[in-house]
Design a protein around this ligand. Structure first.
Ligand SMILES: CSCC[C@H](NC=O)C(=O)O
Ligand SMILES: [Zn+2]
Ligand SMILES: [Zn+2]
Length: 413
């Protein structure tokens, strides 16, 4: 167990922090881990400097579709002064909790896949279906140069993947969370214009006033969604979230901002997440008519992330119609765990690109009894929870790799 934990710590210590991840170090490390497992390996650079590592454990029946275990190698930045232990040290405290950026999101999962394969090989297990592992770059900045290009590639088609597993979220309770779809990210910037004027003058239609009216309207909508959530009976992934990311206005001067000049432009940015069940057209109308009405001198931009992932095609069936669902549920049970009711992932993961390519995907991180600290200070994972997660993957990989039915090929799902 000590060696297993040390290997995890070693991966955590590689600086793959956005925006300057040391991707080659991460890839070299994973390759060194894959060597003793005799996995086939190839590194693909859809974009130079952003390697994607693809590993294969060859199954004995090449006529059966394979499955893919995906993880991203990058992590989000941190404010190290706010952490109890430095986030790149991977320090393990006396409770056995390992503190590091990526300990939950999601270097744990990437390493657990490999450790599970190591254990399966040691037990003499031979896969029927081929198992692919992808270690992809850039998830945290949208995945465009990583999973998106991979999922759209001819190479990916040629792998004949029937099901993908990707990251989920830690569960504060005993049962693991599983995700069968995601909300779509809409990154919205609204801009207001208006006549400038003396700071002492009261007049209509200033940029600030126009922007504030929109902000008030957006905040009312946010409150209505939040109220639904607070009232209970609806999950986080089934309401629209709206959060202001920035406010930009004012006339700068060497000593701060000019106080007695009403600016002629003002803007605000929002991170909005739209559940697949929500009518995106209606929301867009609300945006055009209430949040950024041209009549109030407003305009808007839906940046690079206005991904319409609404509708059924972006949901993976989590019921009897999908054999991979039952296999997963059962495999977790056999490892002594339990899955809770499948959910919509509140944020975004690379799974959306695989689903878009027509391949079902589940979001799953085998982390129970742990607060979700993704992107937060003091992200940690307990050693025992990490080791238990490996056993969960042993069980899942065994079940998936042994599944004999020809069904489950992507054309049928
Ligand atoms: C929308 S692309 C950015 C992806 C990022 N993924 C995890 O946090 C997220 O903000 O959801
Ligand atoms: Zn992640
Ligand atoms: Zn993340």
């Amino acid at each position: 167990d000590d060696a297993i934990v040390s290997r995890f710590q070693e991966y955590l210590r590689i600086n793959t922090v956005q925006p300057n991840p040391e991707y080659y170090k991460a890839v070299d490390f994973i390759i060194s881990q894959a060597k003793p497992l005799s996995l086939e390996s190839q590194t693909i650079e859809f974009v130079k400097g952003k390697p994607l590592l693809l590993l294969k454990w060859v199954g004995s029946d090449p006529t059966l579709p394979a499955f893919l275990l995906n993880s991203h190698t990058d992590v989000v930045p941190f404010e190290d002064s706010k952490w109890t232990h430095h986030p790149l040290q991977a320090h393990m405290d006396h409770h056995g909790d390992i503190y590091a950026r990526g300990s939950q999101d999601m270097k744990c999962v990437g390493m657990q896949y490999l450790e599970a394969i190591r254990k399966l090989q040691a037990s003499g297990f031979k896969p029927l279906r081929s198992v692919y592992l992808s270690f992809v770059p850039d998830e945290e900045i949208g995945g465009h140069d990583g999973a998106e290009k991979f999922a759209e590639s001819q190479l990916f088609k040629s792998l004949n993947i029937a099901i993908v597993l990707d990251e989920g979220l830690p569960s504060p309770t005993e049962s693991y969370r599983v995700f069968y779809g995601e909300r779509s990210p809409w990154w919205l910037v609204i801009k207001a214009k208006g006549p400038p004027g003396h700071g002492a003058k009261l007049y209509d239609n200033s940029a600030m006033e126009n922007l504030l009216k929109s902000i008030e309207s957006i905040r009312r909508f946010r409150a209505s969604q939040f109220d639904l959530l607070k009232a209970g009976g609806i999950a986080e992934g089934d309401v629209v979230s709206v959060n202001m990311a920035f406010l930009k206005a004012g006339t700068p001067s060497p000593t701060g901002f000019v106080m007695n000049l009403q600016p002629s432009e003002a803007e605000a940015g929002f991170d909005i997440r739209v559940p697949p069940s929500v009518d995106a057209e209606a929301l867009e109308r609300r945006l055009v008519e209430e949040w950024a009405p041209a009549a109030r001198n407003m305009s808007f931009e839906l940046g690079q992330f206005k991904q319409k992932l609404t509708g059924k095609q972006f949901l993976t069936a989590a019921d009897d119609s999908n054999p991979w669902w039952g296999l997963l549920e059962n495999a977790v049970k056999e490892a002594g765990g339990r899955t809770s009711k499948p959910e919509i992932f509140p944020a975004s993961t690379d799974a959306r690109y695989f689903r878009k390519a027509g391949v079902p995907a589940f979001g799953f991180s085998p982390i129970s009894n742990t607060p979700s600290l993704l992107h937060d200070h003091n992200e940690y994972l307990g050693k025992a929870e990490y080791l238990k997660g490996i056993e969960v993957y042993v069980s899942i990989i065994k079940a998936y790799a042994s599944y004999e039915s020809k069904s489950g090929s992507r054309d049928e799902l």
